[in-house]
Design a protein around this ligand. Structure first.
Ligand SMILES: NC(=O)c1ccc[n+]([C@@H]2O[C@H](COP(=O)([O-])OP(=O)(O)OC[C@H]3O[C@@H](n4cnc5c(N)ncnc54)[C@H](O)[C@@H]3O)[C@@H](O)[C@H]2O)c1
Length: 378
């Protein structure tokens, strides 16, 4: 029984990619911190791309990054900022691996120079910035994508296929989020916790993942209103922080919740924490009129439905990525979109909606009232 049900969700799309190596795309890396290495690995798996330049605001950091990761830097030119790099290089694309607060500035500068952009998540800090990025993308005609690798994971794609199959019926309620009991990210310093560099905390760091997972699954309906709450009890507590002085500079949220009305009468109930006195904020759940779907903390997907009058729980077998690393796929699909003139693998309108929810939660929390989400024409 379970097998025949699950057959309906088989992925019919074969994602073999033929790579034309006759021209190598010239790539620049902006920001050479932690995530930049994953981008370097991604580009190294693409025979049609070469990293020719790297920039970091911290003097010597880009050069040291190449040395530390044993990446050959012959022919790579180093710059002290995104502007210096983009003003002096003829690039096909950049990976923007800077902290959140400079995402918008770097993306808009690159797009205005006619350079394709792979922008790390979250898109940026505020909705206004996101709108400005989308407008720059539109004016440039270039590809903008967000470095959101879970989209290319076979299990995430499975969620979408199940929803698209109609098995759940009409979706009316979603609960998502989650988080960590202890996990304010400071292993490499304070770039994830200060207002000046991160701008947003758990919301943008990990909240993004769960929001994108469920919104992509249900086709990214437009967000209409949001009631939000956020707090910083752990981040501001010197006894909790890895180093007591981090509490003084903590300027973002470590916990946030949002109650969001989406187009189509769907309610999204979202909670995220990077520190709390709890093991979990609950599994992800999508409730539909015909069936419900749960994504447990370990990733196990379960469908709850009635079959022949019986209440049945169908665990969905874990999907394999067939050795394809989603981190590398996000780079591959970005390059394919540039070369083939095809749409961005993660369209910016979706990311705009994601950012609008995050921005709405932050704004509503600040004023203590529900707010209407207004997204102007791009
Ligand atoms: N996709 C993922 O799984 C994933 C994982 C970790 C981090 N991230 C995201 O990647 C981004 C970077 O994270 P990180 O951990 O590498 O941060 P980091 O703080 O280690 O590195 C950021 C670097 O960017 C540099 N920088 C900032 N503005 C710049 C500019 N205008 N020009 C040149 N350099 C600039 C900083 O000097 C710093 O060295 C964050 O937005 C984060 O949310 C994504």
């Amino acid at each position: 029984m379970a097998d025949s049900i699950l057959d309906r969700f088989k992925d019919k799309q074969d994602e073999k990619v033929a790579v034309d190596t006759s021209k190598k795309l010239k790539i620049g890396i902006i920001g050479t911190g932690w995530i930049a290495q994953a981008h370097m690995v991604g580009y190294s798996t693409c025979p049609d791309a070469e990293v020719v330049a790297a920039a970091d605001l911290i003097s010597g950091k880009a050069e040291a990054f190449f040395e530390e990761h044993c990446i050959p830097s012959d022919g790579v030119r180093f710059y002290p900022s995104h502007k210096a790099m983009l003003d002096n290089e003829e690039l096909d694309a950049v990976s923007i691996c800077t902290y959140n607060a400079t995402h918008a500035e770097c993306a808009i500068y690159a797009l205005n120079k006619g350079v394709n952009v792979m922008l790390e998540k979250p898109m940026c800090v505020t909705l206004d910035e996101a709108i400005a990025i989308c407008r720059a993308e539109k004016a440039s005609g270039k590809v903008l994508t967000v470095g959101f690798q879970p989209r290319f994971d076979a299990n995430t794609k499975m969620l979408k296929r199940i929803v698209d199959s109609g098995e759940l019926g009409q979706i009316y309620y979603i609960q998502t989020g989650g988080g960590r009991r202890r996990g304010i990210p400071t292993p490499y310093g304070t770039s994830f916790i200060t207002k000046e560099t991160a701008g947003i905390g758990a919301l943008g760091d990990i909240g993004w993942y769960s929001l994108d997972m469920v919104l992509d699954a249900i086709g990214y309906p437009k967000p209409l209103t949001v009631t939000g709450y956020k707090s910083d009890f752990f981040g501001k507590n010197p006894e909790y922080m890895e180093k007591p002085e981090y509490a003084e500079v903590f300027g973002v949220d470590d916990f946030a919740v949002g109650f969001v009305r989406l187009e189509g009468g769907i309610i999204l109930d979202f909670k995220i924490a990077c520190a709390m006195h709890m093991d979990s904020l609950g599994d992800t759940m999508i409730l539909g009129t015909k069936a419900g779907m749960k994504v447990k903390r370990d990733g196990q997907i379960i469908i709850y439905h009635d079959i022949a009058g019986e209440r049945v729980e169908t665990p969905v077998p874990k999907q394999s990525n067939d050795g394809k690393d989603p981190f590398n796929l996000k780079i591959r699909y970005f390059l394919d979109a540039i070369k083939n003139g095809t749409p961005s693998p993660i369209p910016s309108i979706q990311i705009l909606y994601n950012q609008a929810i995050i921005d709405g939660i932050a704004k509503s929390a600040d004023i203590g009232e529900e707010i209407k989400i207004v997204i102007p024409e791009i």
